[in-house]
Design a protein around this ligand. Structure first.
Ligand code: HEC
Length: 314
């Protein structure tokens, strides 16, 4: 086997395999394991050293044993070395271990007396590599049977659930650092309870000073009625929170402090308060207009043509 792969391939190959295995199994985040953990780097050095040492030792053993051979044996050995690998004795012995095949002049030993019109049958043994695999499958089946049918370790549903959990975690991790992609063209109203709850938390932390906890309005206007200065509907409300209200009115742009996807949640929360009629709500601002339908707002869709309903009674 050693002769099959030359030393300048063997050592880098073994080293590469070891490297890949270490990097695969050691969880070192975004940095390679051998940089994060100095001990791994040390292991690399020791491993290369060992590889070379083993080669050196094997080489010398070979040289010494060659020296110990008698002159005839040396001739014999040299002759062997000049043959192609497949014809060398060592290789043949090795192959024989795997296949246990009989050479053609030994076939008489395993010939059965079955004779079908001159077609004869050999009683060859099963090749050991095959038998090995076969026993391997039995052992596998036994282990599987005990683990999954007797001990009930886990089933496919649980496996799926665990994998989904791992994936959810990964998505969460990704979202923490991922660029936040949400703008007023893409924004949609969220209605799921967790998004609304998150929106409420953010609102309570940032907005109650001017809009009151019930959003009834104080310095800032009442956000629960259908009258809006900067336009209602998710797109406008999102946009106002992102970019701020009219200049000089006190409503700052929040996009530098709060991520756009979180602002989407706040806006969704604010809109979920529509019609809650809080006590002592601030009266409607003179500039505010009643908000009816999203499609009629110029900022939401500037190209929308206004359809006049001529059948409507004035
Ligand atoms: C410093 C006080 C202050 C804070 C804090 C504040 N606002 Fe405002 N907000 C205002 C004022 C004043 C206006 C009116 C702006 C205008 O007239 O254009 C306003 C307007 C708004 C409007 C538009 C109302 C309309 O009728 O068009 C929304 C929506 C809004 N705020 C949401 C929020 C949210 C969400 C937060 C928390 C992230 C927040 N505000 C924090 C003072 C504030």
């Amino acid at each position: 086997m050693r002769k099959l792969i030359p030393i300048y391939v063997r050592i880098p190959l073994l080293y590469a395999i070891m490297f890949a295995v270490l990097e695969y199994f050691i969880d070192s985040g975004d940095r390679p394991a051998f940089i994060k953990y100095p001990i791994v780097a040390l292991f690399h050095i020791v491993f290369i050293f060992l590889l070379i040492a083993i080669e050196v030792v094997l080489n010398s053993v070979e040289k010494v044993s060659y020296h110990l051979l008698s002159p005839e044996e040396k001739v014999q050995y040299d002759l062997e070395q000049t043959k192609p690998i497949a014809q060398q004795e060592a290789f043949k012995r090795w192959m024989n271990k795997f296949t246990a095949s009989k050479s053609i002049h030994e076939e008489a030993d395993v010939l059965l007396d079955h004779d079908y019109d001159g077609i004869k049958e050999l009683d060859n043994v099963l090749p050991p590599w095959w038998v090995g695999l076969f026993y391997g499958t039995i052992i596998f089946a036994l282990v599987y049977l005990v683990r999954f049918h007797i001990m009930d370790e886990y089933n496919q549903d649980q496996e799926f659930a665990t994998e989904m959990q791992v994936a959810d975690k990964a998505v969460e991790e990704y979202m923490k650092t991922a660029p936040d992609v949400m703008d007023k063209d893409k924004v949609t109203l969220l209605t799921d309870a967790s998004a609304i709850a998150e929106g409420k938390t953010l609102f309570d932390a940032n907005c109650v000073a001017c809009h009151k906890a019930d959003a009834g309005g104080a310095i800032g206007p009442n956000l629960t009625d259908k009258f809006w200065i900067n336009g209602g509907g998710i797109k406008n409300v999102f946009n106002t929170i992102m970019e701020g209200g009219r200049p000089g009115k006190g409503m700052i742009p929040w996009k530098d402090q709060i991520k756009p996807t979180q602002i989407q949640k706040i806006a969704s929360y604010v809109l979920s308060l529509q019609g809650t009629n809080p006590k002592d709500a601030k009266p409607v601002e003179p500039e505010a207009k009643e908000w009816k339908d999203e499609a009629t707002v110029p900022s939401a869709d500037k190209t929308a043509t206004v359809v006049v309903d001529s059948t409507a009674k004035k």
